[in-house]
Design a protein around this ligand. Structure first.
Ligand SMILES: [Zn+2]
Length: 224
């Protein structure tokens, strides 16, 4: 369902994925490599371990599953991970200028300071590359991948979905504001106050419910 919602929101196309940790196991659930993000169904999903090895499923895992696997390995606090080829974030990752999400309310979700940037543009096809991305992410919620997209992590799939929506909106606003002049980045106090209002279950649920409704209206929830 969340994959179709990300597709409908324009945040994944033929690539990109969202996964969840399987509680109590060092395993994750993710959509498979070959199935369209617009039509993927629950029975298509695959399970891998944190080395990226297929445990269960009739298809192979996405080639960049290592990003997910190693993020879970590094961060016991996260329950869901998304990897997006999100357009505006990818654009901002291409310039030698830090991206401060906290210059707009959606961006305040990510807290103060510039978003970390993973510099290697190669696709993440090994455990070592996955570990390197997780290291750049640190304790944050998102990391930009240069010329590629981003990885977003969080405490639940609804939180990660809302963060994906907020990140692309923040990037789009930051890009447009940058064209007009120097951006008025929120100071620490402003960031904390806006973040307090943004990072709560009712806002996250509202974003989620709205996108469920929007995806249904587009006729993309059939079979779920
Ligand atoms: Zn990718």
């Amino acid at each position: 369902m969340s994959s179709r919602m990300l597709f409908n929101a324009g945040l994944v196309d033929y690539s990109g994925h969202i996964s969840v940790r399987i509680p109590g196991l060092d395993h994750l659930l993710i959509l498979p490599h070959p199935v369209s993000r617009a039509t993927v169904a629950p029975g298509d999903m695959v399970v891998t371990d944190f080395e990226g090895k297929l445990i269960e499923g009739k298809y192979r895992a996405p080639s960049e599953v290592f990003m997910h696997a190693r993020a879970y390995k590094a961060r016991s606090d996260i329950q869901s991970v998304a990897h997006l080829h999100n357009h505006m974030v990818a654009v901002l990752s291409m310039v030698d200028k830090p991206f401060y999400p906290a210059s707009s309310n959606p961006g305040a979700f990510f807290g103060p300071g510039p978003l970390p940037l993973y510099m290697d543009p190669a696709l993440i096809h090994t455990i070592e590359q996955g570990d390197a991305v997780a290291k750049t992410l640190g304790n944050g919620e998102a990391v930009m991948l240069r010329g590629h997209g981003s990885m977003v992590v969080g405490q639940a799939i609804e939180w990660v979905f809302a963060a994906c929506v907020d990140l692309e909106e923040a990037a789009s606003r930051f890009y447009k504001a940058s064209l007009l002049g120097s951006v008025r980045v929120y100071n620490d106090d402003e960031t904390q106050r806006v973040m307090k209002g943004r990072r709560n279950n009712s806002v996250v649920q509202k974003v989620w419910d709205h996108n469920v409704a929007k995806t249904k209206l587009m006729g993309l929830m059939e079979g779920i």
